[in-house]
Design a protein around this ligand. Structure first.
Ligand code: Z5A
Length: 210
């Protein structure tokens, strides 16, 4: 069976994942590749319903409920969208995936990392990214970007978290990059958008060639 390439974009709030998912896809398509862009939480009809609950600032979710919602969303996303697209040989770019659960629910909320690895394996059906880019910037910069973009709209459940939470999340992503240097690459998210895109596309192209 053909197997496309699975790329994930990770990082804190406002680090530029959504922006880069679109720009990288555009660059790869211009080079003649078939690309699907998707995201978590969401990416499927059921997933978008889960996302609405997951982010609703009016809901006070237990941390275990939050974790299980993220995993339920992933179970649906992997089987309904990721595996079928990869099976046709597409390049799949997902804006967040399993590493977000490790960073947010593990480093942020304090769940045991071994437990999360097991649960992620179950939810993802063992599907691992070929390459992951952590868009890295300080929590202050990321949150300021998100606030500026959302203007008068209400903050979601995560934006309302204390700065310390967002710093732990950043530490989590950087720890993942140290643990898995062959898969996870840290990119300076404070660089200009086009420079960030160029670094990501260069790394993908190099990986394809190898
Ligand atoms: N979450 C979780 O807890 N557990 C899980 O397992 C999963 C997720 C999967 C929603 O995710 C929340 O779900 C997330 C973690 C949790 N909460 N938080 N925090 P999301 O991905 O939907 O939401 P987000 O991370 O808050 O995304 P975002 O705010 O949309 O950020 P972004 O996609 O990284 O950034 P952006 O939208 O591309 O850019 C933000 C702004 O910065 C925008 O105005 C851009 O034009 C600007 N920007 C982008 N790049 C640049 C550069 N290079 N320079 C200057 N300005 C830039």
């Amino acid at each position: 069976m053909a197997r496309g390439m699975f790329i994930t974009l990770e990082g804190g709030e406002g680090s530029g994942k959504t922006t880069q998912a679109a720009l990288v896809a555009e660059a790869l398509r211009a080079a003649g590749r078939r690309v699907m862009v998707t995201h978590e939480p969401g990416g499927t009809r059921a997933g978008e319903a889960i996302r609405a609950i997951f982010l609703d600032p009016a809901l006070k979710l237990e941390v275990a409920a939050e974790l299980l919602l993220a995993l339920a969303d992933r179970a649906q996303h992997v089987r309904e969208r990721l595996q079928p697209a990869l099976a046709t040989g597409e390049i799949v770019i997902s804006d967040r995936y399993c590493d977000s659960t490790v960073a947010y629910q593990g480093y942020g909320r304090g769940f045991d990392l071994k437990l999360l690895a097991d649960l992620n394996r179950l939810a993802s059906d063992g599907l691992r990214p070929d390459l992951t880019f952590v868009l890295d910037c300080s929590a202050e910069i990321g949150l300021a970007r998100s606030r500026a973009r959302r203007a008068a709209a209400a903050a979601d459940r995560f934006e309302g978290e204390r700065l310390e939470f967002h710093r732990r999340v950043r530490d989590g992503f950087l720890a993942l990059a140290r643990d898995e240097p062959d898969r996870v690459m840290v990119i300076d998210a404070t660089a200009p958008r086009a420079a960030v895109t160029a670094r990501i596309v260069a790394a993908i192209t190099a990986r394809m060639a190898s």
